[in-house]
Design a protein around this ligand. Structure first.
Ligand code: LLP
Length: 402
């Protein structure tokens, strides 16, 4: 059990707390589900890119799925070996491509024909052969929030099947490209198995048709996307998930790569704030806390639900309140009409399921320093990121003041 009160006292608020043992348990569960095949879990660094979190997964044998060269550098720094690092994303700059080739990572995931051209050119300049994979957009509706749905042709991600095939042929004929993998990722927070199964089938069929023309791939990358419980969602059992994917690969000798982010970290994380005051505008009651949308954007951006727990000795009846932060935006809220007892100054409000896409989507809006981050492992807590100070925020501007 995490002692929120004690940690809030020691590290101040707002504060992110991550339970590393929970992350380990999630990692092991998913890895075990794939044990019938060779597999690599490549942790999606974007979900929670704190170096100590990435290091934690590195120690468990994880690889990394990265979407910028910054994330690739983080993965290296955290101790993930080059041969387990993947670089994805629709828009990679020449410098990023160059560095990824020089660092000899497992493969670069291509998302367009134009990108294939750039990677080929840069690999040629470097006299290298770049390992690549192609992100296929299977045009399947993943049945999730439109902002985190990526597997439809309406979305900017990946290429259609025909383009993919053309690109594989081109890559295979190139002296500077080595097509080793195939990739799809249809969306995030997925709670339905069928779209994943259907996508895997489509992509596995493409692998077979490539085999027929003597293009042999080694990696079948199923992306991330496994949903987690924020509220009372019914989830895809990990075993069923793995089995459904493996069932599509009959007769194919491929290593499965999976890129979980949220599944590994979301429910390991808590965002802890202090109550500043309560206020009432007409009928509406607000609890104002010291954390804000710049710390945890998901409720504002997606109207995402996060369970909220109040730590208080208040024994009052629960009433419906909006839990809001100090930022100057009406969208700065964590929950609306949420039932909480009457709270007083310095009571704690803990936002659950904050370990994925929490800190990483934070900003310094309103010149607010980002929170500290603390990891708890084996019952012991340690600081893994300092709270940002005012001096940190102005460090890159100060010298230009005339
Ligand atoms: N692989 C690729 C290519 C991805 O684009 C993503 C997430 C993942 C793996 C990891 O997906 P996960 O296992 O975490 O579902 N900010 C949003 C989520 C954006 C997800 C972007 N891509 C949120 O807060 O819900």
């Amino acid at each position: 059990m995490i002692d929120f009160k004690q940690l809030a006292q020691e590290y101040k608020t707002p504060l992110y707390i991550y339970d590393l043992d929970y992350m380990s348990a999630q990692y092991t569960e998913l890895k075990d589900a794939f044990k019938a095949r060779k597999s690599i879990l490549c942790y999606a660094v974007k979900a929670n890119s704190n170096l100590s979190v990435v290091r934690h997964f590195a120690k468990m044998g994880s690889g990394a799925d990265c979407v910028s060269i910054g994330e690739v550098r983080r993965a290296f720094l955290a101790g993930i070996p080059a041969y387990k690092i993947i670089f994805s994303g629709v828009g990679k700059s020449d410098d990023e491509i160059r560095e990824a080739i020089e660092k000899d990572i497992l493969y670069i995931n291509l998302e367009s024909e134009a990108e294939l051209g750039r990677v080929e050119l840069i690999a040629k300049e470097l006299k290298a052969k770049a390992r690549i994979s192609i992100r296929v957009n299977p045009n399947i509706d993943p049945q999730t929030h439109p902002y985190i749905s990526t597997g439809l042709h309406d979305n900017k991600f990946g290429v259609d099947l025909n383009s993919a095939k053309r690109m594989y042929i081109k890559a295979n004929n190139s002296d500077n490209l080595d097509p080793v993998g195939i990739h799809f990722h249809i969306g995030s927070q997925l709670t339905e198995l069928k779209p994943i199964y259907e996508s895997a089938e489509i992509v596995a069929d493409l692998v077979r048709s490539l085999q027929n023309i003597k293009i042999e791939l080694k990696f079948f990358d199923v992306g991330g996307g496994l949903g987690v419980k924020y509220d009372n969602e019914s989830l895809i059992p990990t075993y069923d998930y793995a089995q459904a994917i493996l069932a599509t690969l009959k007769g194919l000798d491929l290593t499965v790569i999976c890129e979980p982010g949220r599944f590994l970290t979301a429910n390991a994380g808590y965002f802890v704030s202090k109550v500043l005051y309560e206020k009432q505008n007409g009928e509406k009651k607000f609890v104002v806390i010291d954390g804000a949308m710049n710390d945890l954007l998901r409720p504002s951006l997606y109207k995402a639900y996060h369970k909220i727990e109040a730590i208080t000795d208040s024994e009052s009846e629960e009433r419906a309140v909006d839990i809001v932060g100090p930022v100057c935006e009406s969208g700065d809220f964590f929950a609306k009409d949420y039932l909480l007892p009457e709270l007083k100054h310095n009571d704690l409000v803990v936002v659950h399921s904050a370990g994925a896409y929490g800190f990483g989507m934070g900003s310094n809006y309103n010149t607010r320093g980002r929170s500290a981050e603390v990891a708890v492992e084996d019952g012991k807590a340690r600081l893994i990121r300092k709270r940002e100070t005012f001096d940190d925020l102005i460090a890159l501007e100060k010298e230009f003041l005339d």
